[in-house]
Design a protein around this ligand. Sequence first.
Ligand code: NBP
Length: 474
Amino acid sequence: MDLADIGVTGLATMGRNLARNLARHGYSVAVHNRTAARTHQLVKEFGGEGTFVPSEELAGFVASLKRPRRAIIMVKAGAGTDAVIDQLAELMEPGDMIVDGGNAHYQDTRRREAALREKGIHFVGTGISGGEEGALNGPSIMPGGSRESWEALGPILQDISAKVDGVPCAVHVGPDGAGHFVKMVHNGIEYSDMQLIAESYDLLRQALGVSPAELAGVFREWNEGDLGSYLIEITAEVLDQVDAATGKPFVDVVVDQAEQKGTGRWTVQSALDLGVPVTGIAEAVFARALSGHPEQRAAAAALEGPALSGVEGRELVEDVRRALYASKIVAYAQGFDQMAAASKEYGWDLDLGAMATIWRGGCIIRAKLLDRIRAAYDADPALPTLLADPDFAAELNAAQEAWRRVVTTAVRIGVPTPGFSSALAYYDGLRRDRLPAALVQGLRDFFGAHTYRRVDREGSFHTDWSGDRAEHPA
Ligand code: NBP
């Protein structure tokens, strides 16, 4: 029997499309699914697209792979992944590779990698973004794991990934959980992108009284400029959609409670542990949570808003465009800070510019802005914050007055814009010469003797607040 180059186990939407993508690129692909019907269905429907080697049992699947074996798991993240890994590990040999392409938590990936390393098996936690379309036609691929495994897998993954200007959207991200971490932050940024887009739509619609269809035109125009991105492009599509049953705009017949699968929440949880303020992502997660409490929203209906409900003039459209772009820069800067912090914490040595490169195609946040981020890290790999890059700083400086007008207008007419507002607060916080954190330190010292540092001397100090209020070195 001819052995397969690579295998995929878990043939639901993602796994099936990834297997087809591999086959279409000329690789022979071993395929397996817990429920064999999916395996047979794949071969029946798409067998003509390339060489598939189907197996009903996992043992047969492993036996059908060339050595060292390369097996991709595409099953529902969680207990299922552990179950499949355990079964595969029993059947595999040192030097073989298990790739988890599911949306695993990076700490699970670190745990799994360490356990399999003991057995000499390479575990490659791999973020894959782009949904079912991306899996089939070219996703953005973020593999973690050993350098050795990248040498065996990299060419294949780059082959099937999206390409932008001929550059594959797949690089070796770093060891153990690095790939899944970067995918998690990608998803977190995706949350904030969507929140900012939603706020732009909401504010313009409420303030100017324009229709979703008119706003579709605005987003279409924006997509031609600096904001150009997949999410802006599909916003125009969704806003243009008319509900066939009622003739109403599609957005007006959808229940306004945003759901989440959890990667945004993971991003914020990790950011809290790392001490990185990812306010853009956090506000997006919380805005979804607020939307999902209809009972509280109904109970709050008695709360009053301002008398003013709209504004005159179309200047707001350009202001919102600028505020959206500025807030987006902040959200991306925060996400990149989080990756930098994790890189330091876990010794991953992440190349931040490369992360911007692999997000340019295949994935959901693909945006023109990423080219600019790449350029900023090329110019200064040790950039303390993207906001300090001279080009971004110039753009933020040019946008900040419009940004303030947008937030002010939103407050005046009572439209919530947590994304815009918190991004602006972050911007103002970073650029401040002195922050009120000094007072916070004073309070901490007062009630808890937590000590403080002085601006004019080295060392830590404590003031005897309950006694003579004299200062002593701590
Ligand atoms: P699902 O997440 O819906 O998972 C279904 C697959 O998992 C089926 O093949 C199922 O087998 C298998 N499975 C389960 Br459930 N429990 C199992 C177990 N204990 N042992 C073996 N197999 C088990 O599939 P998907 O939407 O294709 O996503 C696959 C992975 O890719 C997930 O981790 C997902 O988070 C990730 N991902 C999805 C997207 C997306 O856009 N959908 C994007 C990026 C990443 P069965 O057929 O026998 O039930």
